[in-house]
Unconditional design. Sequence first.
Length: 215
Amino acid sequence: MERWASGRGESGRACGSRPAEADSATSPTLIERAKHREESAWDRLAELYGPMVYIWCRQLGLHADDAADIVQEVFATVATAIAGFRGGRAGAFRAWLRTITRNKVNDHLRKNENHTPGEGGTSACQRLMQVAEHPPELDERVVEDDVEEVRRHVLEIVQVGFSERVWAAFWRTAVDGCPAAEVAEELGVSVDSVYQAKSRVLRRLREAYRDLELS
């Protein structure tokens, strides 16, 4: 989980810029469904936010195995407390999730303050001993970079639901910026098919970004 792949940018020569940003307000429906314990909603939350929580844990100084454990703890807490979550503003759920993650990481580090230092020696022990006085914070600039990583992860999730030809039509037109007629000729399909493919993928991406709430 160290890095998330960047999508299928190798599908042809670059002809333009990235697609327009989708609406990124969190889907209230997804949160409400999670509050009602719908399994599909919980799977969706974990799929979308799990990588981001993992990245935050790594930023806050955890090793990979510990970060993976904390991800599980974070979502266990979310499952318990989400009934009392109140949104009302853009970014509310992500901010709430970050607070839970930071608290879990702080708790984890405090529990290890008195442990005998292993790999990392004295310097690692000293870092742990400083947690109580100086809890780690997320670097906002780094968080924004990681948002882009998670966007690419969402692309991977969405891509699974489409055929290779449909994805290629979307990527060549929306990302590479190539004319639909040119892409239609490359793929051996009609221009209408290219437009339809682009529209289908963009609609699915907008839904995913609304759920992810990156704003």
